[in-house]
Design a protein around this ligand. Structure first.
Ligand SMILES: Nc1nc2c(ncn2[C@@H]2O[C@H](COP(=O)(O)OP(=O)(O)OP(=O)(O)O)[C@@H](O)[C@H]2O)c(=O)[nH]1
Ligand SMILES: [Mg+2]
Length: 361
């Protein structure tokens, strides 16, 4: 999974990126047009506990790639043309994190002179909408010229969909919150539209703003949240300092500042929810590992995530839920005695936290 960090200039994107990836971008690189990519292990207490039980040779966390996407300078060109480096960095992102500035910093003033998150979100969104409109208009134009003469069935099928999407964008509605079928989303994929991507709006607060955090989230959510838009908040500066501390020190630090959750934990939890993702585990003396799948996937599909061969060779899945495994003292034998060990067929819908062992031919 890849998440792109986007937003207006000086909103706190690189601060967030450095905090969650525990990297230091040198000052010369920050704010340049290149995208920075960092791979982050998905923190997973269930996996840690299993690793403590099995003491495996290797423990493999699920990972997420974060991309610090520079490149949108508001008004730099006066049009909605994103730089090619911006578009190529964003096109593979599964979801976008739009960083919105709430922190005050006189040394780095907000480019528009004041802190107004809803204005910034609207500014950013309109750039996205205009970019998508330009793509759709030129495609619709082309199809309208060709279709009457051609037998291009694909284009004929696409035209009403593209026109519907264009009308939504003209009404300033980003496509991500619209009710598009999986088939429609699939057809749209080739156009790499920006407003289709699920979005986390991430409010960047400073430490003095803790008291207003929930209120600010609620205010922005009331105006902007939707089926595929969620609103979260984080403390960029504090998170960056925290990223240099060990686990125990970081916990004390958080308690001192009264912070409930690190930016990384918040973003991962919300991104999983936004994208409808969950995890299952495989355990053993060789390897304990967490795997990410879409909620609703069957045992056979989940087996295919482990190894594509397992789809055709799937026989049965042995299933114990993590909670039952721990309740049984970390013993499969005891979980079985308690009736919590099951043999499931290929259509079993995997649950978050299931421990699976795939039997295959
Ligand atoms: N006081 C304060 N300053 C912050 C906070 N987060 C970021 N800053 C500062 O704001 C400035 C901009 O932050 P960046 O993270 O570089 O912002 P950006 O969105 O990556 O900026 P560009 O890449 O130039 O568009 C930097 O000087 C940061 O140190 C914060 O929570 N509090
Ligand atoms: Mg930056």
């Amino acid at each position: 999974m890849q998440l792109g960090i986007v937003g207006l200039p000086f909103s706190g994107k690189s601060t967030l990126f450095q905090a969650i990836t525990r990297t230091h971008l040198d000052a010369a690189a920050v704010g340049k047009t290149d995208a920075h990519v960092g791979v982050v292990k998905v923190p997973d207490p269930r996996l840690d506990r299993c690793a403590a039980i099995f003491k495996p040779k290797s423990t493999v966390h699920a990972t997420i790639e974060f991309v610090d996407v520079a490149g949108l300078k508001k008004g730099a060109t006066g049009t909605a043309q994103f730089t090619t480096s911006f578009l190529s960095a964003v096109k593979n992102n599964d979801a976008l994190i739009q960083v919105v500035r709430l922190f005050h910093n006189d040394a780095v003033p907000h480019p528009d002179g004041s802190i107004e998150p809803l204005r910034d979100i609207a500014t950013f969104e309109s750039e996205f909408i205009l970019s998508d409109m330009a793509i759709l208009e030129s495609r619709i134009d082309k199809i309208r010229k060709q279709v009457p003469r051609s037998h291009d069935e694909q284009a004929k099928k696409e035209l009403p969909l593209l026109e519907k999407c264009l009308a939504l964008l003209e009404a300033e509605k980003p496509l991500r919150n619209e009710d598009l079928s999986p088939e429609e989303l699939h057809l749209l994929k080739t156009y790499q539209l920006l407003t289709v991507k699920p979005m986390l709006i991430a409010l960047s607060l400073d430490e003095s703003q803790q008291a207003v955090m929930d209120q600010e989230i609620a205010r922005v959510a009331a105006a902007k949240a939707g089926p595929r838009t969620r609103v979260v908040a984080f403390f960029g500066k504090i998170d960056m300092e925290m990223s240099e501390l060990s686990g125990e020190e970081a916990r004390l630090f958080m308690r001192e500042y009264g912070i409930r959750e690190s930016a990384l934990d918040t973003l991962i939890r919300e991104a999983y929810a936004l994208l409808g993702l969950q995890s299952f585990l495989t355990v053993g003396e060789d390897e304990c590992r967490a795997w990410t799948i879409r909620a609703g996937m069957t045992a056979q599909e989940a087996a295919g995530v482990i190894h594509s061969d397992f789809v055709s060779k799937f026989i049965r899945a042995e299933v114990v839920h993590y909670d039952h495994f721990i309740a049984a003292g970390g013993s499969f034998a005891k979980a079985k005695e308690a009736g919590h060990w099951r043999l499931e067929g290929k259509n079993y819908v995997v649950k978050d936290g299931d421990i699976l062992n795939i039997r295959h031919s």
